[in-house]
Design a protein around this ligand. Structure first.
Ligand code: SAM
Ligand code: CA
Length: 221
């Protein structure tokens, strides 16, 4: 027993996946199709998908935003966890990667819950704010270009209702955020983002050491 987070070796990680994840068949197929691609490490981990599924259901999310779709794994998980009249605004700039996701969304019968906006995410978020959608969303998942995180967060915070939750991926960034010798732009951006959120009194905060680090931020009333 320990008061520290348990490190996961390969055997324990396999065990966690075997008893902790109920991955839908189509999500598994999408993950396997994506695995052959050179940039496949961009996809979230299955245990993260399981956590998002649980969180979305527990919060009773009806309207959600995703910033960073790639081949659509987290969007598929999100859409499957939404009620039939739920809605996911999905933001990305890459038509080739997102087309793979769209194929699986259709097969899973959730394509009508997902509105894909193919343009810089900030434009989509600003358009939502301009259309009077502030305060009308329950959940957001931010997982795109790391230097964009502060602006995505500010826009998503406006769009969340009080009590709405924003999940932000890669906040531990392979551990680089804790290593002062690493000073590339992405690491510096994530380090600054984490420090700013830690001091941000507009939100409740929880940083989970799941996969590459997942920060949960709940909009205070
Ligand atoms: N959540 C995805 C999943 O579960 O597979 C992974 C997302 S991947 C880490 C990041 C995505 O952000 C890429 O698909 C990339 O095209 C997208 N992206 C990068 N810059 C963007 C921008 N300015 N606006 C919208 N999407 C962007
Ligand atoms: Ca990610």
């Amino acid at each position: 027993m320990s008061r520290k987070t348990l490190p996961l070796d390969a055997r324990l990680s396999d065990y966690l996946l075997s008893v902790g994840v109920r991955e839908p068949e189509l999500a598994r197929a999408l993950r396997e199709e994506t695995t052959g691609r050179p940039e496949s490490n961009m996809q979230i981990a299955p245990e993260q998908g399981q956590f998002l599924d649980f969180l979305i259901r527990a919060l009773g999310v009806r309207r959600a935003i995703e910033v960073g779709v790639y081949t659509g794994y987290s969007a598929l998980i999100t859409a499957l966890a939404l009620p039939a009249d739920g809605e996911l605004i999905a933001c990305d700039i890459n038509p080739e990667w997102t087309a793979i996701g769209q194929r699986y969304w259709r097969q899973a019968g959730v394509a009508d819950r997902i509105r894909l906006h193919l343009r810089p995410a900030q434009d989509t978020l600003n358009a939502l704010i301009g259309a009077g959608e502030s305060g009308r969303f329950d959940f957001a998942f931010i997982d795109a270009d790391k230097e964009g995180y502060p602006d995505y967060f500010e826009a998503c915070l406006k769009l969340m209702r009080p009590g709405g939750v924003i999940a932000v991926d890669n906040t531990l960034w392979s551990g680089h955020v804790a290593n002062p010798a690493v000073q590339d732009a992405d690491t510096a951006a994530l380090r600054a983002f984490n420090a700013t959120r830690h001091a941000d009194s507009r939100v409740d905060l929880c940083l989970l050491p799941v996969a590459d680090g997942l920060t949960l931020l709940r909009k205070r009333a």
